[in-house]
Design a protein around this ligand. Structure first.
Ligand code: ADP
Ligand code: ASP
Ligand code: MG
Length: 399
């Protein structure tokens, strides 16, 4: 009998009616002969609402207490779903992270999953119960509740699929993965199969549809993920190793954008690698993810360094910089949007960057920073140019 791990995101469990429908669907799957584990996110905007309450207490709420608070959202939805399944006459049990010993390491708010005890889940599946798990949360070695970072329930689901050797189905409010966020570009095309590498880049660069760490985990263990619309037809997207790329496949598979980063520039630093390496080491030690980095050529032995960090880490990052440089030498730019084009086809096709730069130039889109990898180009542009840039590039590459 096959084990299926399903995950329902916040919008899919945003009302009691929707939870009841998921319960009915679960029963259908059980009747078809599956053993079912369901991971749920918090209902609707619950996590945002909890966060906003914490922010009314303090700008920088205590991280341990914040994690305890945020984890409650998933406990509510998991209990309600289990209750709903039982109300329809089928057996079910819900578990939080303590109960399945989902151990995490790392810092509060972006903890990594270390391990979990699948035995209790298997025992309950063998008793013909639908097992419902509160996503997004874990317990660290001090016994404190931690969370995995926004969107982290996807990673809970993949971790469970790996441990239970089950199939993984992620249900959300879109019917699959598109070349561009369909909220930003109505003509975006749905992708039937996408390679781990490509969706990993897209997700890390802002395509919110998947938590990037869930893809990393799936790639590591070769877990195939289905992404589709909750309670919709099974015509979504498979995330897997795609070997049979068409010979003439497009150089660009998709676009991702992120409005959640800020650019920090430090002016007039003496070209002394000690200062720069101390700054970046300290930022790294504080688990702040630096993304784009650029440095000017030394003039009179002075350089300017710019880099981007997630907006949520700005306050902490600024405090670190102030230990090394003067306030007047720090420039903070909150107006940037990270705009990325991604495609495995770029490995074998040259000229993609040139085309992007030409189009931006012809349409007065200012590029503030650029980084590239073998399969992506990322430009920091102004937020106000985002939709224009998406339209132009999507048309150019037929996305
Ligand atoms: P959930 O609450 O189910 O986890 P999310 O809001 O985290 O859902 O992710 C789904 C959203 O991701 C969609 O509503 C869509 O706007 C957005 N999204 C961003 N990029 C893409 C993409 N390339 N394909 C599909 N959806 C995308
Ligand atoms: N509820 C959490 C969030 O909103 C986790 C998740 O949805 O995956 O980020
Ligand atoms: Mg999500």
């Amino acid at each position: 009998m096959s084990i299926v791990v399903q995950k329902y995101g916040g919008s899919s469990v945003s009302s009691i009616e929707k939870i009841k429908n998921i319960a009915k669907n679960a029963i259908k799957r059980v009747n078809e002969g599956n053993k079912l584990v369901i991971v749920v996110s918090a209902m609707g905007d619950t996590t945002d609402d909890l966060l906003s309450m914490a922010k009314q207490i303090s700008d920088n709420p205590d991280k341990r207490e914040l994690d305890s608070l945020l984890s409650t959202g998933e406990i509510v939805s998991s209990s309600l779903l289990s209750m709903a399944i039982k109300s329809f006459g089928y057996d079910s049990i819900s578990f939080n992270s303590f109960q399945i010993q989902l151990k995490t390491e790392g810092v509060h708010g972006k903890s990594l999953i270390d391990d979990l005890n699948e035995k209790i889940i298997i025992d309950n599946l063998n008793k013909n119960k639908v097992v419902v798990i509160a996503g997004f949360q874990g317990v660290n070695n001090k016994g404190d509740i931690t969370t995995l970072g926004r969107g982290g329930s996807d990673t809970t689901a993949v971790a469970l699929s790996v441990k239970l050797k089950g199939e993984c189905e992620i249900y959300t409010d879109v019917d699959g993965i598109y070349s561009v966020d369909p909220r930003n570009y109505k003509s975006a095309k749905k992708i039937d199969k996408i390679d781990y590498e490509e969706i990993l880049e897209l997700a890390s660069l802002g395509a919110q549809v998947m938590h990037s760490r869930s893809v990393e985990l799936a790639q590591k263990y070769g877990t195939k993920i289905y992404v589709g619309q909750s309670l919709g037809e099974m015509n979504g997207t498979y995330i897997m190793e795609v070997k049979d790329m068409n010979l003439e496949s497009k150089p660009v598979t998709g676009i991702a954008t992120s409005d959640d980063d800020v650019a920090l520039s430090i002016k007039n630093i003496s070209n002394n690698q000690n200062i720069i390496s101390s700054i970046f080491s300290e930022i790294g030690e504080n688990n702040i993810n630096v993304d784009m980095i650029s440095q000017t050529t030394p003039i009179d032995n002075k350089i300017n360094v710019s880099f981007t960090v997630p907006e949520g880490d700005l306050v902490e990052c600024e405090q670190i910089l102030l230990k090394h440089v003067k306030r007047e030498d720090i420039i903070i730019d909150k107006s940037i949007c990270k705009f990325s084009v991604v495609g495995i086809g770029m490995k074998s096709t040259s000229g993609v960057a040139a085309k992007v730069f030409k189009i931006f130039n012809e349409n007065n889109i200012v590029i503030k920073m650029v980084t590239t990898s073998e399969i992506r180009i990322t430009c920091a542009i102004n937020k106000e140019d985002k939709i224009k840039a998406i339209n132009l590039i999507a048309k150019e590459f037929n996305l």
